[in-house]
Design a protein around this ligand. Structure first.
Ligand code: ZN
Length: 229
């Protein structure tokens, strides 16, 4: 029994926890938690024709933990092409809302940010509709628990660094091509899709704020929403 709901409670997409994908225990990484302020979207930059997605997650963990020396997989969560979501950094699924265990996914911008990676490379192609739907649902679930405005901007993190938006891409934080041009171009559509999900689910003040924003920006809304995949 937990006193507080967990950050991902209510998520309908199928979740693959660390035991199920065969994670190694994290090494040399004392877990720290802080309240979620923002989401950072990544791609794993791995093959789009990966025959065994969970083997890819294990490879990414080994690369991040050992080759990079980060002690564990860097991402908080990985969205697989078939719409499942794999737990990343140890302790993520056990994080009590509105907190997240700190991951290592965007240098200098890790406290209070959830690093969600789409499995694949998205420089010139979009993720599958199924993966995109799961990404929307994961972000909406977290936004509801952490009271995030999907259209929020100028996010101040606990370490004094900033992000331009509550839903940002990795390239908005660091010099990188991640999450690929196709996903970077779809981020505004992603914000609208998350807002729509929040208002549809009546998710408290996060949903109310999203509804107000959509009402006040209805002139630009439909065009932006068409970018959602
Ligand atoms: Zn990235």
């Amino acid at each position: 029994m937990t006193e507080r709901p967990l950050l991902l409670d209510g998520l309908a997409a199928p979740v693959v926890d660390r035991a199920a994908w065969g994670a190694e225990p994290a090494v040399d990484w004392p877990p720290e938690r802080s309240a979620v302020r923002a989401i950072v979207v990544h791609h794993t930059a791995t093959s789009n024709d990966e025959p065994e997605p969970l083997a890819m997650v294990r490879r990414v963990q080994r690369f991040h933990a050992h080759d990079r020396g980060w002690g564990d997989i860097g991402y908080s969560l990985v969205v697989l092409p078939d719409g499942r979501v794999a737990e990343g950094r140890e302790g993520t699924l056990a994080s009590p809302a509105p907190e997240i265990v700190q991951a290592g996914h965007a240098f200098g911008h890790n406290p209070g940010t959830v690093g969600i990676a789409l499995a694949g490379r998205f420089h010139d192609r979009r993720p599958s509709d199924t993966a995109w739907s799961t990404l929307v649902e994961v972000i909406a679930t977290i936004a509801a628990h952490a009271d995030l405005d999907p259209f929020g901007t100028d996010v101040l993190l606990a370490n004094g660094r900033t992000l331009p938006a509550v839903i940002s891409g990795h390239r908005d934080a660091c010099a990188t091509s991640c999450p690929g041009d196709a996903v970077a171009d779809a981020l505004e559509g992603l914000r609208y899709a998350v807002a729509e999900r929040l208002t549809g689910s009546g998710a408290g003040s996060a949903g109310d704020r999203a509804a107000r924003h959509r009402a006040s920006s209805s002139a630009s809304g439909p065009d932006a929403a068409q970018n959602a995949g």
